[in-house]
Design a protein around this ligand. Structure first.
Ligand SMILES: Cc1cc2nc3c(=O)[nH]c(=O)nc-3n(C[C@H](O)[C@H](O)[C@H](O)COP(=O)(O)OP(=O)(O)OC[C@H]3O[C@@H](n4cnc5c(N)ncnc54)[C@H](O)[C@@H]3O)c2cc1C
Length: 456
């Protein structure tokens, strides 16, 4: 293996089992070893790696921090993992054009620390932001609690340098504000999960960092009622930056994990408004009014430390739930906001019908819920699998999508065609055009490892 990659220094080609173990997993329960790991430091090296892999027909799986919740960076059989963590330079912050150029392995929070020095920020804010990479976020179109106001990673990708499966390099987009010049290929790569090309440089639009914040916590006696209040608040077009929901199982888990006292409730709604002046206080009061009128007990928070405490509690949801069961399966279905209360009701019904524990939290303001299945044994896993299929069907029947932020990977690929129908074939054709030998992350997104080759 080292001979094949003799253009990389020896310590950047890993073949020992102990090293490979570190690349054998993501944040799903699955595991698989690659045959090697390569760690490039430049676009030129990535091109050479792709050329070798293409000649030898060895699959390549790109990897950022390995935090995916859908199996997207999991090694496939006989593959080499391309670890981008050494390409972690912030190349340029361009204040005039509100643009930043980065290498793929830059970590989300490290980028925002640097941008803060310029009064700027990159808002998508995933829960894994302290470790996940910008390339991983682009490849998954990640987002987080602020998507309701600021949108997702896709809305900020201005330019990409991509190495295709043929070893050709394409440069897409730029730091300009608008363009009517041809197909928007750059957007095609956002959310492509490492199946269409390898990102070697990423340009992002960034925005001024808000400096005034106000928050609210609302306690409800009924989970579905919380959903109705959220739908109503969104219909009023209030300027909310964060609008999150947690059910009672999540609240209890967070309290016992973090010691943060949230008060008992069937459902909690957390909201934040942010901006550049004291008007944020007025806006949070308007939002609070909607919740009070629907019978919630509401507290406001204007103090930075108190607001930080609320978000620590929300971000503790996943690690807190991880202590309740040996396996967690976290979904990220997303429905139109108008369908949120009905989706919340149906999740409750699915839990009861299959006799399983589902803890639900999520970015309710944009209709994105994380029903989290708590699983203890194989017999329960069988019931959970049936429940997850039902969950996806219910979500699609309400006009929703399988994934609001975590992607398809290996975990949801069986259901992909159910959502996209004939568009799945179109996507397979696009993959074939950009990666004719199917060496880039095969077996992800599409069901059946080589499925798209069967089309002709
Ligand atoms: C505790 C926790 C909380 C999370 N919270 C959120 C959340 O709030 N919102 C959210 O959206 N996600 C969340 N996630 C999921 C995950 O963190 C995101 O999908 C993240 O963007 C993945 O980044 P990564 O660097 O870990 O990429 P990886 O997991 O390593 O890879 C993800 C995908 O990117 C591809 N990739 C990596 N580098 C490149 C490259 N250079 N070129 C092309 N493709 C590449 C991989 O092949 C893979 O398909 C969470 C995960 C955990 C464990």
């Amino acid at each position: 293996m080292r001979e094949l990659f003799s253009f990389l220094s020896e310590e950047r080609v890993l073949v020992d089992k102990e090293d490979l173990l570190l690349y054998s997993y993501d944040a799903t329960p699955s595991r698989r070893y690659p045959i090697a790991v390569v760690r490039p430091v430049s676009t030129e090296e990535v091109v050479e790696i792709v050329k070798v892999a293409s000649r030898k027909r060895i699959p390549l799986v790109a990897r950022g921090a390995g935090t995916s919740l859908s199996g997207a960076p999991l090694p496939c059989e006989g593959c080499i993992v391309v670890d981008f963590s050494l390409m972690d330079e912030i190349i340029e912050v361009d204040e005039v054009n509100a643009f930043v150029a980065v290498q793929p392995g830059v970590v989300y929070e490290a980028l925002n620390r640097e941008l803060a020095k310029h009064g700027l920020f990159f808002p998508p804010d995933p829960g894994s932001g302290s470790v996940c990479t910008i390339a991983g976020m682009v490849a998954m179109n990640s987002s987080g609690i602020r998507a309701v106001k600021y949108g997702t990673t896709r809305d900020y990708v201005a330019s990409l340098e991509v190495v295709l499966g043929t070893g050709r390099v394409v440069k897409l987009g730029g730091r300009y504000k608008k363009s009517s010049s041809g197909y928007d290929l750059k957007s095609l790569f956002v959310g492509s999960e490492g199946t269409l090309g390898l990102f070697t440089e990423i340009g992002l639009r960034v925005i001024p960092r808000p400096n005034h914040h106000a928050a609210m916590i609302a306690h409800f006696d009924d989970f579905t009622e919380a959903g109705k209040a959220i739908t109503q608040a969104m219909a009023k077009r209030l300027d909310v930056a964060v609008l999150e929901v947690m059910d009672s199982l999540v609240v209890e888990a967070v309290e016992s994990f973090s010691g943060i006292n949230l008060g008992s409730a069937e459902a909690l709604v957390l909201a934040e408004v942010e901006g550049f002046d004291a008007n944020v206080k007025e806006e949070i009061r308007r939002i609070a009014q909607v919740f009070t009128r629907r019978g919630a007990k509401v507290e406001l928070a204007f103090d930075e430390a108190e607001i930080a405490r609320l978000w620590r509690a929300r971000k503790a949801a996943l690690p807190a739930l991880a202590r309740l069961a040996s396996t967690l399966l976290l979904e990220d279905i997303t429905v139109p906001v108008s369908a949120l209360p009905e989706m919340m009701r149906r999740i409750r019904g699915i839990g009861q019908r299959h006799n399983i524990r589902i803890a639900t939290f999520g970015h309710a303001g944009d209709g994105n819920l994380h029903p989290t299945f708590l699983v203890e044994n194989e017999e329960e896993m069988r019931r959970v699998s049936a429940a997850i299929e039902e969950l996806f069907r219910e979500c699609l029947s309400l006009g929703g999508t399988l994934s609001g932020e975590h992607g398809i990977g290996t975990e949801k690929r069986r259901y992909f065609e159910l959502e996209h129908g004939y568009a799945t074939q179109v996507m397979r054709e696009i993959k074939r055009a950009l990666d004719p030998k199917n060496i880039l992350n095969p077996g992800k997104i599409f069901y059946g490892r080589q499925a798209y080759f069967k089309l002709r």
